[in-house]
Ligand binder design. Structure first.
Ligand SMILES: Nc1ncnc2c1ncn2[C@@H]1O[C@H](COP(=O)(O)OP(=O)(O)OP(=O)(O)O)[C@@H](O)[C@H]1O
Ligand SMILES: [Mg+2]
Length: 338
């Protein structure tokens, strides 16, 4: 176990949870998944181990996601998963002197925030600092967010898309939608079922998105052979899915994301709008890796768009930066408040 007091940063995402330990770097980067025993709800495995069994667990076990749409959907499972991740990072919760900076989506309600803080405190933390994930993402993408110049960041994860215009280290206007990577996967699964009468699971739909998906027509038309269950006969079957089909399936969720970006642009004060002509839009979060997503947004909004390097790590890197530069007064002391 490491020396105390210790500081950690946590990005509890719908798909992936990342944990940074001050002085040691990113110690955990694993899927936000748990496998539980169905009868007792006891956690059997978490993270990568739980992912390996996704869609294949025997009936007495179940794979579950403690986080949905960017917020905790099952507190007990989240507590259990966090406890195991802290243990993996060799952090003992028993000493109860942990300082924790946590990324949260801007849409998180006060009730959800309190539940999260309570859970982090149970895991052994006295001081908790909640940071809007879009601000952390901007910092992690290397943007000089303390400047007065307006910048737009769009963080597209698995469960939530956060859009914000940032100036002087704060969000000036922001919107969030629960349309992100997961919705793209369900749209692909629905399309494959409707057109090919084939039932595929979430991991297969995600594979189609990553391997042949594109937001606008791609110069090389890709295709992928996938396996699933025939919707009519119930037997295992294969089908070849083409890139343009995946693109068609993605068009509705992508239109929602673009609409949210437009809503934020429409709210921007004119001076900040003018800045965006030069600073453009930076995409962060794993879904920023979707092919041609930058092109689609440029076509719609007319602004330069680029994905941050290593978009999946932007939030944790931004939190880590903040953690390394925090002074005591910055910590929001929930222990004192309650
Ligand atoms: N190459 C890729 N193309 C398209 N999507 C991708 C690619 N790689 C990863 N993704 C998607 O990125 C998402 C995961 O990103 P990320 O880890 O940023 O989400 P998260 O932080 O767990 O979720 P959230 O912030 O919404 O709670 C998944 O939906 C995954 O399918
Ligand atoms: Mg995220």
């Amino acid at each position: 176990m490491i020396g105390f007091p210790s500081s950690v940063a946590l990005d509890p995402g719908t798909a992936n949870t990342l944990l940074y330990v001050k002085g040691r770097g990113v110690a955990v980067s694993e899927p936000s998944l748990v496998t539980i025993r169905t009868s007792t709800r006891e956690i059997v495995t978490v993270g990568e181990e739980a992912e390996a069994g996704l869609g294949r667990t025997p009936q007495k076990f179940q794979t579950a996601r403690p986080i949905r749409g960017g917020t905790i959907s099952d507190l007990d499972l989240f507590d259990g998963m966090l406890h195991r991740f802290l243990r993996k990072a060799h952090i003992s919760g028993l000493l109860r002197r942990l300082k924790a900076a946590i990324a949260i989506p801007s849409s998180m309600t006060e009730v959800e925030r309190l539940a999260l803080v309570e859970s982090i405190r149970k895991a052994g933390s006295t001081d908790v600092l909640l940071v809007e994930q879009v601000l952390a993402a901007a910092r992690g993408a290397g943007l000089a967010i303390e400047e007065s110049r307006g910048r737009m960041v769009v963080n597209i994860g698995a469960g939530v898309t956060d859009v914000a215009i940032i100036s002087l280290g704060n969000t000036v206007c922001a919107r969030s939608t629960r349309v992100a990577g997961d919705e793209m996967d369900s749209a692909i699964a629905s399309h494959v079922r409707a057109v090919h009468q084939l039932l595929i699971g979430e991991p297969t739909a995600q594979r189609l998105k990553i391997m042949i998906g594109s937001a606008t027509p791609h110069h090389a038309e890709l295709s992928l052979r996938v396996k699933g269950r025939c919707a009519e006969k119930g037997v295992p079957r294969e089908a070849v899915i083409r890139g343009h089909e995946v693109r068609e399936a993605l068009s509705a969720p992508l239109a929602r994301i673009v609409h949210t970006i437009r809503e934020v642009l429409e709210q921007a004060p004119p001076e900040l709008s003018a800045d965006l002509v030069d600073t453009g839009i930076v995409l962060t979060g794993g879904s920023a890796l979707l092919r041609n997503l930058d092109r689609l947004i440029t076509l719609d909004c007319g602004l330069p768009v680029k994905a941050a390097p290593d978009p999946m790590s932007c939030v944790i890197l931004g939190l880590a930066y903040q953690l390394d530069h925090l002074c005591l007064a910055d910590w929001r002391r929930f222990s004192a408040a309650s």
